[in-house]
Design a protein around this ligand. Sequence first.
Ligand SMILES: NC(=O)c1ccc[n+]([C@@H]2O[C@H](COP(=O)([O-])OP(=O)(O)OC[C@H]3O[C@@H](n4cnc5c(N)ncnc54)[C@H](O)[C@@H]3O)[C@@H](O)[C@H]2O)c1
Length: 439
Amino acid sequence: MKETQEPDLGLRRFLKGLGLLTGGAALLSTAPWLSSCTPGEPASTKGRKARIALIGCGSRGQYHLVMMRSIAHAEVVALCDDYKVNLDAAHAMVPSARTYTDYRKLLEDKEIDGVIIATPLGLHARMTLDAMAAGKHVFCEKAMALTLDECKSVYEAYRSSDRVLYYCMQRMFDEKYIKGIQMIREGSLGEVVGMRCHWFRNADWRREVPSPELERRINWRLYKEYSAGLMTELACHQIEVCNWAIDKMPSQICGMGDIVYWKDGREVYDSVNVTYRYSDGRKICYESLISNKYNGMEDQILCKDGTVDLTKGVFYLENDNLNSGMKQLLQQIKTRTFASIPAAGPSWRPELQSRFTPHPVISGKVSVNAGQSMVAADNDGSDIILSAFCDACLSGRRAENVVEEAYCATTLCLLGNMAMEEGRTIEFPEQYKIPYMKF
Ligand SMILES: NC(=O)c1ccc[n+]([C@@H]2O[C@H](COP(=O)([O-])OP(=O)(O)OC[C@H]3O[C@@H](n4cnc5c(N)ncnc54)[C@H](O)[C@@H]3O)[C@@H](O)[C@H]2O)c1
C-alpha cells in the first residue's frame, strides 16, 4: 500500500464550503449523510489509501476512474469487465491495476477494500449482494435494482451487514441542491405546493455496435432484461430530490408511457408522464421525452412564495419586482409579454406574468447539467460522493440515509413503470415499505 501525506482537498473543500468544518449543524438536518463524511481527523490524512476495484469499465466506470485520480486517499487496484474492449480501455487508464473478467474472482481478492459497481442496472443487485457477502464495501451506480424484490433483498442485506454501501445519487452531494433544499425546508419560499421535474433529450440512446450479437449487451438501456428505461436512468435522481425536499413519500402513482418516436426495436418507453401524489394532495408531475430537447432538464420545487429550480441552482420569487401593478405593466411592455398591450383594465391579469428574475441559491460558479450527457456534468457531486465512499472504506463509517434514499427513489421509479404498463393508479405496496418512509 502506498503512503500519502495529502488530505483529500476536494472533499474537505466541499465540506468547508458548506460550513460543515466550522459547525453548520443546521445543514446536517437537511443532508444527514454529510455527517458520516465530515472528517474530525480525516481518514485521508492517516496515510492509508483505500484499495478500490471497478466492476464495469464502460462509460460511467471510466468517468469514475478519472475522478479517482484526484482522490488522494484511494487507489484503483483492480478492474473487471467481461467485454474486452472496455476492460482494455480502463486498463490503459490504470496500467498498475490487476484485471479480471469474472467479478466473483475479483471479489476473492483480499487486497481490495471496496468496489465500484458501474454495470447495467440488471446486474446491480446480484453484484452488490455478492460484494457485501465477500466483505467488500460497495459504491453502486444508481438505480438500486431492476425489480422491487431485488431492492428489498439488497436493503435487508445492508441492514444486517456492517459494510458501507453508497449509491451514486450525486445530487445528494451537490452544493446547489443541498443549499436549495435547506432553503425550501426552512420555509424561506413558503409552503411547498407541488413539484415539476422533466428531462428532455433529442437522442436515441443508442451506441454503435461492432457486431449484431453485441446489440443487447451494448445497448442494454433499451431492453427490459437489463434496464427499466427512462424512469431508472433519468427520473431516479429527480424523484429522490422531490422526496428529499419535503421529507415525505408519495402514496399513489399513475402515468402513461409510450414509444412515440424511436420505434427501432427497443422495449423501453421513449416518452413517460408520471404523476406521484402525496397523502396531502401535493404532487410530482414528472415528464421525460427523448425526441425533443427544447425544455432541457429541470427539478422545480413550487412553493407558495416562489420556485426553486434545483438543476440550475436558482430561485424565483412570486412577488419579485411586482410590487406595483404599474411596474409590472411597464415590465411587460418592455419585454413584449403581450402581443398587444392592453390599458390596465379587467382583461389585465397580473398572474399571466411569465418573467421571473433568477436569484442564485449559492454564491460563486454554479455548474449546470443541461441534461444531454449520459455520463455527468462537471462538479455535479459525483467526485464528492465517490471521495466520501473512499473515505468510508478507511473509516468504516456508513453514510446515513444514502441507501434509504436510493431505495425510496428506485421503488418509486419501478412503480412508475408498473403504473404505466398496467394503466392503473398504484398505491405504494405495503410489502415494500420500510420504516424510513413517511407517507
Ligand atoms: N449517476 C449518474 O449520473 C450516472 C450516469 C451515467 C450512468 N450511470 C449508471 O452507470 C451504470 C453503467 O452505465 P454506463 O453508461 O457506463 O454503461 P456501459 O454499457 O457504458 O458500461 C457498462 C459496463 O459493464 C460491463 N459489464 C456488463 N456485464 C458485466 C459483467 N457480468 N461483469 C463485468 N462487467 C460487465 C459492460 O461490458 C460495460 O463495459 C448504469 O447503472 C447507469 O445507470 C449513472
